[in-house]
Design a protein around this ligand. Structure first.
Ligand code: ATP
Ligand code: MG
Length: 430
């Protein structure tokens, strides 16, 4: 016998029980995004490799070691499974001249790919909701992006999520900080790990983002970017904070928050929880004013964030949010050829009225079919035997109390609506 095949390590099947929770989450997400006027955009999962090198930065974890890159066997093109969405979204906006029509509020949702060590909350295929506001320069949009996250946590009832905030300033301010940082790190060169040694001159800011516990003290005492910010950057940062204070949203300024992607400037933020162990960042983002120009577009400011869907769902489940499985409105039981044909007509007729109907397939005795009807949770079984089929009727059998009765097929929809309405009233509505 041949060996059974398994999914690729770090890439998960999402089975029906869980997928129903995903769908319920996706529904709330759509309403939430609409409430803020963000519009959907869908980009390909595969992009030219140079897009990510240019956008995310050559000397970052993602580009150095996490990308699924390959050569197209047919034409030799260098391609990559997208590790994130901002680069693709900006590429699409430039390619389709979307900013000619003014600023754009956009969102996307889908799988991302990073070759990381799989563990709880960290996968090789994971999902992000990305929100990008292109063409907006002011601190108001930074604040809107942050406040809208807070609203989603509230909608979902997520607990223990806190906001960390920092400003990365302008590229000139970062350059001044960079010189000071290099001088400081040179003084402690022997303490740096391999990544640190390599990045000392290429991307020292990344060293501040290290997860190596041995480097934490060194990094803690390093020159802080926030001390190098000029007046304009500070004023921008202050305005963002003012809106958050006005909204009563608590935050903590974390001078070590630098983000793992090179395109950020000014405001950066992360939403973090202690409830998920080591993988506690559920959402991260900030301003990236240089990216549109860097990818070949007419210069335009921008800001956005991405949230990790697996981590948010884990926290949602922690906080008691689990979707109820789908329950059909009716289960159709039938026996005999004429009844089988009538059953199809009945089921389709009800679906045309908007009901969800499970039609028994695969035969079996009435008794075994009734067991299935019961297990489906449907409030009513519609039973069709030879008699009913000949009379153009259905036996209407409420599953949770109530009399069984014969009903003409034409009256079925209104009868079912009445039963469901009454049931809704009993549990105070759905
Ligand atoms: P981390 O520090 O956890 O590696 P990151 O800085 O690489 O995160 P971003 O690129 O900012 O993450 O992505 C935004 C969000 O996407 C993260 O905050 C996290 O919730 C989620 N995310 C990132 N990588 C993964 C992954 N491999 N598996 C699951 N979720 C992820
Ligand atoms: Mg990462």
């Amino acid at each position: 016998m041949s060996q059974t095949l398994q999914a690729v390590r770090g890439m998960n099947d999402i089975l029906p029980d869980e997928a129903e929770t995903w769908e319920q989450f996706e529904e709330s997400i759509r309403d939430w995004l609409k409430a803020y006027g963000y519009r959907p955009i869908r980009m390909p999962l595969v992009e030219p490799t140079p897009l990510f090198k240019r956008a995310i930065g050559e000397v970052t974890d993602i580009v150095e070691k996490e990308m699924y890159s390959f050569e197209d066997a047919l034409n030799g093109e260098h391609l990559t499974l997208r590790p994130e969405g901002t680069a693709s979204c900006v590429r699409a906006a430039i390619q389709h001249k979307m900013l000619h029509a003014g600023p754009q509020r956009l969102y996307y949702y889908g799988p991302m790919y990073r070759h990381e060590r799989p563990q709880k909350g960290r996968y090789r295929q994971f999902h992000q909701i990305g929100v990008e506001a292109l063409g907006f320069a002011g601190p108001d949009i930074d604040a809107e992006l942050i406040l809208m996250c807070a609203r989603l946590w509230d909608d979902l009832g997520l607990e223990d999520v806190r906001l960390e905030l920092n400003s990365l300033g302008s590229s000139e301010e970062r350059a001044a900080h960079r010189s000071a940082l290099i001088a400081y790190l040179e003084g402690h060169k022997e303490q740096l790990d391999e990544d640190g040694q390599r990045r000392l001159y290429t991307n020292p800011l990344r060293i501040l983002d290290t997860k190596n516990p041995n480097l934490q003290a060194l990094v803690e005492a390093a020159p802080k970017l926030i001390d190098y910010l000029g007046e304009e950057s500070l004023a921008h940062f202050e305005s963002v904070q003012q809106v958050l204070r006005d909204a009563g949203l608590p935050f903590r300024i974390n001078p070590r928050l630098v983000r793992g992607l090179d395109y950020y400037n000014r405001t950066v933020f992360e939403w973090v929880t202690d409830r998920l162990g080591a993988q506690g960042t559920i959402c991260a983002g900030g301003r990236y004013d240089g990216l549109v120009e860097q990818l070949g577009g007419k210069p335009a400011p921008a800001a956005g964030f991405a949230m990790g869907v697996e981590r948010i769902l884990a926290l949602w489940q922690e906080s008691g949010g689990v979707a109820e499985g789908h329950v059909p409105d009716a289960y159709v039981v039938h026996q005999g050829d004429a009844a089988a044909r009538a059953a199809f007509r009945v089921a389709e007729g009800l679906r045309a009225h908007g009901f969800s109907v499970l039609l028994h397939c695969g035969g079996g005795s009435f008794k075994s079919q009734m067991k299935k009807a019961d297990a489906s949770g449907a409030p009513v079984a519609l039973v069709i035997g030879e008699d009913e089929a000949a009379a153009g009727e259905v036996s209407f059998k409420p599953m949770r109390g109530g009399d069984q009765r014969r009903i003409g097929m034409d009256d079925l929809a209104s009868e079912l609506a009445e039963l469901l309405f009454a049931a809704d009233g009993d549990d105070g509505g759905v």
